[in-house]
Design a protein around this ligand. Structure first.
Ligand SMILES: Cc1cc2nc3c(=O)[nH]c(=O)nc-3n(C[C@H](O)[C@H](O)[C@H](O)COP(=O)(O)OP(=O)(O)OC[C@H]3O[C@@H](n4cnc5c(N)ncnc54)[C@H](O)[C@@H]3O)c2cc1C
Length: 413
C-alpha cells in the first residue's frame, strides 16, 4: 500500500509520530540515519527525559506505557529553591490528585521501546540507516530523496512530517528560516549516586549561573542537569570525579547527604530555536525541528508529543473521511490548533530562565517573594503545575487517553 506520510527523522518525536499514526492504521515511512543502538544516535542517549502526565496518557493510549513504565522512575514531589534566598516552594502529586507529577527515564530506553514497536508494525516501513537528501513538492505529493544501503530512492506521500531535529536540513530545504537565541549556557548532565535515596523527590535549585536539576532516577541514583555559563562548561567537564562531586555538593547542599559517585558527563549548548513557520506546501515541521526549548522545565519533548497527538488525529480523521492528509486545509487546522500551546509553553520556559538567571538585587527579592507566594497559595501553584504537566488548554484525543479511532459506541464530540 502507498504511504500516506513520510517522516524524516526517527528520533524521539519521529518514532512517536510513526507509532501514533500506525495506531489508526495510517501507512507511513520513517527515514533515520542511526539505528537506536548506535552510539552516534543523537536522540537516544544517556540524557534523562522527564515525561509529563499528558505524555504518559498519550503513551497509554498507544499501548506503550507499560513497557516505558518498567524503565521509568516516578516523581512524587518537586522542591524548588533559590540559592541564598528565602523562598522555596514544593509541589506534590497528592495535591494534584495524581500518583506522580512525571516520570524520568533515559532517552536511550525510551528510544528502544519506540523502535521495538516500530519494527513490529505492518503499517510502518523503516528506512534505517538512511539519510534524507533532497525534497520536492508538487500539487499532490511530497517526494523525499534518500540514500540507504540499497542506494538512492525516492519516497512519495501526500504529507511530509519533518522531525530531523534542531539543525534540520529538511526544514532548510523547504525554505523555512530559523529564529535563534543562544542562552550563553550549557547543560552539563551526569548520573550521580547520593548517600540518601531521593525517594521520588526532584529538586530544582536556582543558582547564579543557571538552574540545577537533581531528579530521582533508577536504583536510588539522581539525574543531574546543571546549567552553567557557556564559558565555564569546559572547566566543569574537565574536573575529575571527586572535584566535580565537591563542586556539585557546594551548589546543591546536603539535602540528599553526600554525593558519592558520578557517571560520565555530557554537555548540551542551550539555545531557544524556533522555525519562523511550521508548515510549507505538503509539509509540517514538528519536534525540535520546529521549536527547541531550554530544558529547565522539561517541556521540549512533552510539547512535541502534543504536536504528535494533534497531527496524528487530524491525519486519521481526514483519511477516514476520504480526504487528503497534506491538503492546505489540514495544514491550516494544525497551525491553528497548535498556536496557543506553543506560545504558552515558550513563554513559560523562557520566563523561568529569565527570572531565575538574573541576579539583579531587586529581582532576587521579587523571585523569592514569588516562591513564597506559590508556597502559601496552592491555587497559584496549581496553575503553574497545569502548564508544567501539559494540561493547559484544549487537548487532542490521545492526550486525553483516548485511542485515535473512535469506538463505534462512542458518540461524536
Ligand atoms: C539536556 C537536555 C535535557 C532534556 N530534558 C527534557 C525533559 O526532561 N523533558 C522534555 O520534555 N524534553 C527534554 N529535552 C528536550 C528533548 O530532548 C527534545 O525535545 C527531543 O529530543 C526532540 O526530539 P526530536 O525527535 O524532535 O529531535 P532529535 O532528538 O534531535 O532527533 C532528530 C532525529 O532526526 C535524525 N536526522 C537528522 N538528520 C537527518 C536526515 N538528514 N535524514 C533523516 N534523519 C535525520 C537524527 O538522527 C535524530 O534521530 C531535553 C533536552 C536536553 C538537551
Amino acid at each position: 500500500m502507498a504511504d500516506e506520510v513520510v517522516i524524516v527523522g526517527g528520533g524521539l518525536v519521529g518514532a512517536s509520530l510513526a507509532c501514533a499514526l500506525a495506531s489508526a492504521g495510517v501507512q507511513a515511512a520513517v527515514v533515520e540515519p542511526f539505528p537506536p543502538e548506535a552510539d552516534a544516535q543523537p536522540s537516544f542517549d544517556e540524557r534523562q527525559i522527564a515525561l509529563a502526565p499528558t505524555t504518559r496518557r498519550i503513551f497509554e493510549a498507544l499501548g506503550l506505557w507499560s513497557a516505558i513504565a518498567l524503565e521509568a522512575t516516578p516523581i512524587r514531589e518537586i522542591h524548588v529553591s533559590d540559592r541564598g534566598g528565602f523562598g522555596i516552594t514544593r509541589m506534590s502529586a497528592t495535591e494534584e490528585g495524581l500518583d506522580a507529577l512525571g516520570h524520568i527515564l533515559p532517552s536511550r530506553r525510551l528510544g528502544a521501546v519506540l523502535f521495538q514497536r516500530l519494527r513490529s508494525l505492518s503499517e510502518i516501513t523503516l528506512y534505517c540507516p538512511a539519510m534524507a537528501h533532497d525534497v520536492t513538492m508538487d500539487e499532490t505529493m511530497a517526494t523525499l530523496r534518500i540514500e540507504c544501503d540499497q542506494g538512492r530512492q525516492n519516497l512519495s506521500a501526500p504529507l511530509l512530517a519533518v522531525c530531523d531535529g534542531a539543525r534540520s536540513r529538511t526544514r532548510e530545504r523547504l525554505g523555512i528560516r530559523l529564529r535563534e537565541r543562544s542562552y550563553q549556557q550549557v547543560a552539563v548532565i551526569a548520573n550521580v549516586r547520593p548517600e540518601r535515596n531521593p525517594a521520588g523527590r526532584a529538586y530544582e535549585r536556582f543558582l547564579a549561573g543557571g538552574p540545577l536539576g537533581v531528579l530521582p532516577a533508577a536504583n536510588g541514583s539522581c539525574a543531574v542537569i546543571w546549567t552553567v555559563p557557556a564559558h565555564q562548561a569546559d572547566a566543569v567537564l574537565a574536573l575529575d570525579e571527586q572535584a566535580f562531586l565537591a563542586r556539585l555538593q557546594a551548589a546543591f547542599g546536603y539535602r540528599l547527604g553526600r554525593f558519592l559517585a558520578a557517571g560520565r558527563r555530557s554537555a548540551y549548548p542551550l539555545a531557544a530555536l524556533s522555525a519562523e513557520r511550521c508548515s510549507a506546501q505538503r509539509a509540517l515541521v514538528i519536534g525540535n525541528a520546529a521549536h527547541t526549548l531550554h530544558p529547565v522545565a522539561g517541556q521540549g519533548f512533552n510539547l512535541a508529543m502534543r504536536d504528535v497527538a494533534v497531527l496524528s488525529e487530524l491525519v486519521a480523521e481526514t483519511l477516514m473521511e476520504g480526504g487528503d492528509p497534506g491538503s492546505p486545509r489540514l495544514l491550516q487546522r494544525y497551525r491553528h490548533l497548535r498556536r496557543a500551546d506553543y506560545r504558552r509553553t515558550l513563554a513559560f520556559t523562557d520566563g523561568i530562565v529569565r527570572i531565575f538567571s538574573n541576579r539583579l538585587p531587586g529581582l532576587t527579592v521579587a523571585r523569592n517573594l514569588g516562591l513564597l507566594l506559590l508556597e502559601l497559595f496552592p491555587g497559584s501553584r496549581q496553575v503553574l503545575m497545569r502548564q508544567a504537566m501539559g494540561r493547559s488548554g484544549w487537548l487532542p484525543r490521545l492526550a486525553r487517553g483516548l485511542p485515535l479511532v473512535r469506538a463505534s459506541q462512542e458518540t461524536a464530540e
